[in-house]
Ligand binder design. Structure first.
Ligand code: DX5
Ligand code: ZN
Length: 233
């Protein structure tokens, strides 16, 4: 386990490439990193666990050389276990699996760390956080979904803020990131950082108005989210 004193709880903005140009991921990633992104969030969907399909480990491997920061892979797939090694080999820094994706989340989290990646645990909006206490020593990140997973551009679900606050007190001094995914923008970001979140995934709120040829709006959008959280922690 990493040293808690060196753990970085500062606010990190993680643009989701779900909102980028699917024909141009490499340049989109380079553009958004140049404009201030801290991590790159990669949404993997299987059309089974969630009602949408995106891409798999080969795509992750192809975009990995374009990522200078952190590759944060969010698996919205079931089953998870048969694919963990492939995503680790593709270069994922964090691999996040859903609690709801199968009956053996403990084994899944062990397998993620065993494959050499940091382990993330995601919770759907309908899943209570109180039951994950026995898993906290096995994770590097907990992702609280603030939309139902499957699509970008959905409305932030306010009732999840209390879960973030509860999770923050459950975590105590452990070096575990609290990530928020869904509907994050300058209005909702300060609500979750005040409750204890440090990683903010944002798709539409980062990519809106920009493109690889006109990337300045990406920077303005990231700066607006970051500014909104100032003083919140
Ligand atoms: C939803 C994904 C999110 C999504 C967020 O299933 O996990 O990462 O891209 O998109 P926005 O920020 O547009 O809600
Ligand atoms: Zn996601």
């Amino acid at each position: 386990m990493s040293n808690p004193s060196s753990f970085d709880r500062s606010i990190k903005i993680a643009p989701s490439i779900l909102a980028a140009d699917f024909a141009n991921f490499g340049q989109e990633i380079e553009a958004v990193e140049a404009q201030g992104a801290d991590w790159i969030h990669v949404d993997v969907m299987d059309g089974h666990f969630v009602p949408n399909i995106t891409f798999g480990p080969d795509m992750c491997k192809a975009i990995r050389p374009h990522i200078k920061t952190i590759m944060d892979v969010h698996l919205m797939i079931a089953p998870v276990d048969p694919y963990i090694d492939a995503f680790a080999e593709a270069g994922a820094d964090f691999i996040t699996a859903h609690l709801e994706a199968g009956p053996h989340i403990h084994r899944t989290l062990q397998a993620i760390r065993g494959a050499g990646a940091k382990a993330g645990l995601a919770l759907n909006p309908g899943t209570p956080v109180e039951g994950i206490g026995s898993l906290l020593d096995m994770v590097d990140l907990v992702c609280i979904m603030t939309v139902n997973p499957g699509f970008g551009g959905q409305k932030f679900i306010q009732s999840q803020i209390e879960k973030v606050r509860t999770l923050r007190s459950m975590i105590g001094d452990r070096p575990i990131h609290i990530e928020i995914d869904g509907g994050v923008d300058p209005t909702t970001a300060p609500l979750v950082t005040a409750a204890g979140a440090d990683v903010l995934v944002a798709g539409s709120a980062v990519f809106k108005g920009g493109s690889v040829r006109n990337p300045a709006p990406y920077g303005d959008n990231i700066a607006a989210i970051r500014a909104a959280t100032k003083g919140a922690l």
